[in-house]
Design a protein around this ligand. Structure first.
Ligand code: ATP
Ligand code: MG
Length: 272
């Protein structure tokens, strides 16, 4: 594992992630995110944008795709309600020889290497955890590690994007953090043509007929303000495809079964 020495303290660094994700559809959102990260002068600093939308609309995918577009390494931190301030920064671990070693989080590893951090599902994190990021998210651009006593400055190229589900706010994000997570980019459900392209991208081995049925179903759900997401659509199509392979039955026959097993009985009313 890579490590770095800061003020005599050795930090083990986390590695970037590689995901098979590609953003399909609304290029405008990608441009807006990239613009927010741009720095236009030596004295300028980048924004820390927030991607907001219902579950499964593509928030994580958009953050990842934008980072890749910049040609940067991508790091992911999955926030939960149990995330502690030190989890975000540096945690002590016991080394193979029984000595204490220090592990930098994916966030700090991205800060040091000049990568992009996706802070995923930030709405789940407590105020205490958010408070430790306050200096990073304004013009100071550093974090303090209580455990090592280190102040760690972000590389010039470091960028961060926070995703938040608008449905499942576990904690209210405090106002002083809200004001540091700007601009807010909303991701809405895609239009039919885009949704079909997204399904095709994710299920390149599926026939057009079945994906057409699924898009039709999803669009009716979106119009009725149901929380059915692209991810649900991918799962419905994938399940129907497996059943087709196993039973040799027709998509028309298997789709209701797939919808019912993925989303429940109620969802059947949106199937023609
Ligand atoms: N515009 C898109 N382009 C490509 N794939 C997409 C797009 N939107 C959604 N998807 C696909 O839909 C699935 C869900 O996307 P993603 O995980 O990015 O959503 P999310 O908003 O982060 O969801 P959650 O709120 O559950 O974290 C993934 O399989 C992703 O590949
Ligand atoms: Mg996500």
């Amino acid at each position: 594992m890579d490590s770095i020495i800061l003020n005599g303290i050795k930090l083990a660094l986390a590695g970037p992630i590689e995901l098979p994700l590609r953003w399909v559809g609304d290029d405008e959102l990608l441009r807006q995110l990239l613009a927010a990260w741009m720095v236009i002068d030596e004295r300028d600093i980048p924004f820390n944008p927030r991607l907001i939308g219902k579950p499964g609309v593509g928030k994580t995918t958009l953050g990842y795709a934008a980072a890749k577009r910049l040609g940067r390494e991508v790091y992911l931190f999955q926030a939960t309600m149990d995330t502690r301030p030190e989890d975000l920064i540096v945690t002590p671990v016991i080394g193979p020889d029984g000595s204490i070693q220090y592990a930098a989080s994916s966030l700090v590893s991205a800060m040091i290497r000049g990568g992009v951090l996706i802070l995923d599902e930030g709405n789940r994190m407590s105020e205490k955890a958010w408070a430790s990021l306050a200096p990073l998210l304004d013009d100071r651009r550093y974090v303090e590690s209580v455990i090592t006593g280190l102040r760690i400055h972000a590389h010039r190229e470091f960028r961060i994007v926070v995703t938040m589900n608008e449905d499942s706010s576990t904690f209210e994000v405090p106002e002083y953090i809200h004001s540091r997570l700007q601009p807010q980019l909303y991701i809405d459900f895609p239009e039919a043509g885009e949704e079909l392209a997204i399904l095709k991208e994710n299920l390149p081995f599926a026939g057009s007929a079945i994906l057409g049925y699924v898009v039709d179903f999803l669009q009716k759900g979106h119009a009725a303000d149901e929380p059915y997401s692209v991810r649900d659509g991918i799962n419905i199509a994938r399940y129907a495809l497996k059943m087709m392979a196993a039973t040799q039955k027709e998509p028309r026959e298997l789709l209701p079964l797939a919808v019912q097993r993925i989303l429940g009985e109620d969802a059947l009313r949106y199937l023609k």
